[in-house]
Design a protein around this ligand. Structure first.
Ligand SMILES: [Zn+2]
Length: 253
């Protein structure tokens, strides 16, 4: 297992940790994503009690009022002791499994074949509640892994308020869950409990994971449940989301 020292600042707190080999992927059906990274907001439903959010959506240029998205934190609260990032987007290079995975790298604005990790992994105690970032349809994925290996479980929300320029859905994937808390295919609202985190080798659905964590992906794809392709880097988005939650009015993120 390749170890990499990484650090990140979330909500003003510098976090660091040792990276581990934790990723899971069904690469067999990965498809090339050709979509633009720009996102448009649909069916806005702003809360009258919240001022317009200043949150920047890192992978879009054209969301002008993020309040309309009704975004919520995927886990925890700003400044929680947990939340240590152990694997950053693109950082994983200890295996050849992902070498042909196409990833939309927002740092270059281009679709690339990245020998790396198309998500970030955050240390969470096993059993931590995971919530929907946006409203959408929740799915239970129980074969989210490298074919032939231990099968990991993932909870996916296909958003109904975030779409890319071509109308393809934006999906949020929470990997290594040990428990699903909504039926497959059920519509959820932002902030609704989706699942409990796992990743400890003793947890069901841990797959290849060797420590308790959540693997968080943002996916742009016409088939987000089949192809783990067209991902965008969730790092800055999460930083912005938690930073906003730390300073914004209660109940607005
Ligand atoms: Zn991961």
């Amino acid at each position: 297992m390749k170890l990499t020292k990484v650090s990140v600042t979330i909500a003003g707190i510098t976090l660091g940790g040792m990276a581990g080999a934790l990723l899971q992927l069904n690469a067999a059906s990965a498809a090339i994503a050709t979509v633009s990274p720009r996102i448009v907001a649909a069916t806005p439903s702003p809360s009258p009690t919240c001022r317009p959010m200043t949150l920047s959506i890192a992978f879009t240029n054209n969301v002008t009022d993020t309040r309309a998205l009704g975004l919520r934190l995927p886990w925890g609260r700003p400044g929680d002791a947990e939340g240590q990032m152990i694997e950053d987007y693109g950082a994983y290079n200890g295996t050849t499994v992902r070498e042909q995975l196409p990833v939309h790298d927002i740092t270059t604005g281009s679709l690339v074949e990245l020998s790396g990790h198309n998500a970030i992994d955050i240390i969470l105690d096993s059993g931590t509640p995971l919530y929907a970032v946006t409203s959408g349809t929740a799915y239970r994925i129980t074969n989210w892994t490298i074919p032939g290996g231990p099968q990991g479980w993932a909870s996916v929300v296909v958003s109904d308020v975030l779409k890319d320029d071509q109308g393809d859905p934006i999906a949020f994937l929470y990997g290594h869950v040990r428990e699903f808390d909504v039926p497959n295919g059920q519509h959820v609202v932002a902030g609704e409990l989706l699942a409990k985190s796992g990743g400890d080798p003793d947890d069901p659905g841990a797959g290849f994971s060797d420590t308790a964590n959540v693997h968080f992906e943002i996916i742009e794809s016409p088939n987000p449940l089949i192809a783990h392709a067209g991902t965008v880097n969730p790092h800055q988005f999460l930083e912005n989301l938690y930073a906003h939650a730390a300073t914004g009015p209660a109940g607005c993120t």
